[in-house]
Ligand binder design. Structure first.
Ligand code: PEP
Ligand code: MG
Length: 576
């Protein structure tokens, strides 16, 4: 039995057989073919293209079924690239005239294309280089007969183990069979962790090297609560985790009754409980778990399914779908939060020395005004048929906020000129996730209708700890008194200005923190849908007065460790 420690990315326990998804190990057998073998080799290439095309088509159907047509579209782009007549002609020519082996022809051309894409200024096109390399891998696997561990053709329950998973790989995990996943790289805030939570499967990331010591079919336990991967567990360990998985199931069933109850404290204060979503299809889970609204719609995930730069109508359809399915409940649409660990980063840009301090989030939107304005028009259009609010991420300075608002005003004008309906005034919010925004919040507040605290980022910027770096994951604490103080300052400033304030970081889903957050003055929390019932239960079992005591004591402590210890004690007291 070997235990590897990583970063918890999505809660729960998965016990099952390992499926090792190792996409790097493809060897190209030879460089050239003889003159008389040329026709056969061209035929072999054509067969490989057909086989890969059929495979892509199957993936497209599967993803469309799971996540919707717009996400299936990513595979249509792969297909178009694979069948591109000029590319196909270039391969044939290299085989016929240069006597290249098909593997060599494919690899050489596609790697060249990928590097051209990588150098492009346009970040969306630059990110396409990953797709080109995906196609190269598929073709090589087919040509060399090296089997591919298919994520989409899994027919029995497996735990997927990989070095990393790309956005398309994560999205194509078949929820019926993939019981969890564990990766060597990545952090809790990365795209694959967020998708795991959306799929509601346990996941651990940032485990460091473990694949070399793990074989396909090995029994494994993925402990998404504590961030552990246990390979070949012994009997007692397995039995213990089976008991834990069972008690989780019983606990989840016992929470179902909270779905239709409001999150009202025992002394009568209503807490609004909203959901964080990444995909329109998650609205069903929000309704099932009793969300009051959507507190954070992470629109950057639209890129996950995009075969091309999303058009205004692509945006509009996704947003309108969410708004319609929420049936009049409020929906906060956050504008793109791309870059750093998230999607849409050009591969070359990963070399930025400090990506979290670099070109990310609102900074990207403000540099790509055409795309930003297009997204804002779509949000405004969706607002014509429901309660939609727009929110800007990672605002660090007042001029940034003003620029974003000016572009929003331009988008309003675009629609008015074209006679397209929009709400007369859409509420505008900003995320508070950079300490500068907390410190100067008084100067931002006159310009916004609401604020939402993004603790995932606020913690990393306040404590100087990269949220995705496994080396410093032990220093990343939502309960650090400095973080609590920043939250308290934000709530106080918002109250002074009479502006609503919520919290939509992962901290809002941590049951230990619920009394603390209520005590700090928060009355609106947004979290992954799966966590809603438990948080409602906690709200209903406490009083605001008690929560204030908890927050008061925690604020006077010196370290996250002390606060954690105290919160755990309080939690146990309430449970017994
Ligand atoms: C946050 O930073 O807390 C947040 C909710 O945004 P994201 O996790 O998408 O960066
Ligand atoms: Mg954030």
């Amino acid at each position: 039995m070997i235990t590897h420690y990583g970063i918890p990315a999505s809660p729960g326990v998965a016990i099952g057989e390992a499926l090792i998804f190792d996409k790097e190990r493809i060897r190209i057998p030879r460089r050239f073919v003889t003159r008389d073998a040329v026709d056969d080799e061209v035929r072999r290439l054509e067969q490989a293209i057909d086989a890969v095309a059929a495979e892509i088509d199957r993936n497209r159907e599967l993803v469309t079924g799971q996540l919707g047509a717009q996400y299936g579209a990513i595979f249509a782009a792969h297909l178009a690239m694979l069948r591109d007549p000029r590319l196909n002609e270039e391969w044939r020519r290299l085989i016929r005239e240069q006597h290249y082996a098909p593997e060599h022809a494919v690899s050489e051309t596609l790697r060249r294309y990928a590097s051209v894409f990588q150098k492009l200024e346009h970040r969306f096109l630059a990110a396409r280089s990953e797709d080109v390399l995906d196609i190269e891998r598929s073709l090589l696997r087919c040509l060399t007969g090296q089997p591919r561990e298919e994520l989409t053709h899994i027919g029995s329950p497996v735990a997927v183990l990989a070095h990393d998973l790309t956005p398309s790989e994560t999205a194509s995990l078949d929820r019926r069979f993939v019981i969890g996943f564990a990766t060597e790289s990545g952090g809790a805030g990365g795209h694959s962790a967020i998708v795991a939570r959306a799929l509601e499967i346990p996941a651990v990331v940032g485990l460091g090297r473990f694949l070399a010591e793990t074989g396909p079919g090995d029994a494994v336990i993925i402990d998404g609560d504590e961030g552990r991967l246990i390979v070949r567990p012994d009997g007692p360990t397995r039995a213990e985790f089976e008991r834990r998985a069972e008690s989780r199931r019983t606990f989840a069933a016992s929470l179902e009754r909270f779905r239709d109850l409001p999150a009202e404290t025992a002394d009568g204060t209503r807490i609004e409980i909203d959901a964080n979503i990444e995909f329109p299809h998650e609205v069903d889970a929000c309704r099932q778990r009793g969300a009051d609204g959507i507190g954070l719609y992470r629109t950057e995930f639209l890129y996950l399914g995009a075969a091309r730069e999303p058009t205004e109508d692509d945006h509009f359809r996704a947003y309108a779908d969410v708004v319609e399915r929420m049936g009049g409940r409020p929906v906060v649409i956050r504008t793109f939060d791309l870059g750093a660990d998230k999607l849409g980063r050009a591969p070359g840009e990963s070399e930025e020395r400090n990506p979290f301090l670099g070109l990310r989030s609102i900074r990207i939107s403000l540099r790509h005004v055409t795309e930003f304005r297009r997204q804002l028009r779509a949000i405004l259009r969706a607002g014509a048929s429901g309660d939609v609010r727009v929110m800007f991420p990672m605002i660090a300075t007042v001029p940034e906020l003003r620029r974003a608002k000016a572009i929003l005003a331009d988008a309003c004008e675009d629609l008015d000129e074209a006679g397209i309906p929009r709400p007369p005034k859409m509420p505008v919010g900003m995320m508070v996730e950079v300490p500068s925004a907390v410190v100067l919040l008084d100067r931002f507040l006159p310009d916004v209708d609401f604020v939402s605290i993004g603790t995932n980022d606020l913690i990393q910027y306040a404590l100087a700890v990269d949220r995705c770096n496994r080396e410093v994951a032990d220093l990343y604490h939502d309960t650090d008194p400095a973080v609590l103080k920043l939250i308290a300052m934000t709530v106080d400033a918002a109250e002074r200005h009479g502006k609503p304030v919520g919290l939509c970081g992962q901290m809002s889903a941590n049951p230990l923190c619920t009394p603390l957050l209520i005590g700090l003055g928060l009355r609106s929390l947004s979290m992954p849908p799966a966590d809603i019932p438990e948080i409602k239960q906690i709200c209903r079992g406490t009083t605001v007065e008690r929560c204030r005591e908890v927050a008061g004591r925690a604020l006077r402590m010196e370290s996250a460790r002390q606060v954690d210890h105290y919160l755990r004690e309080e939690f146990q007291k309430n449970r017994t």
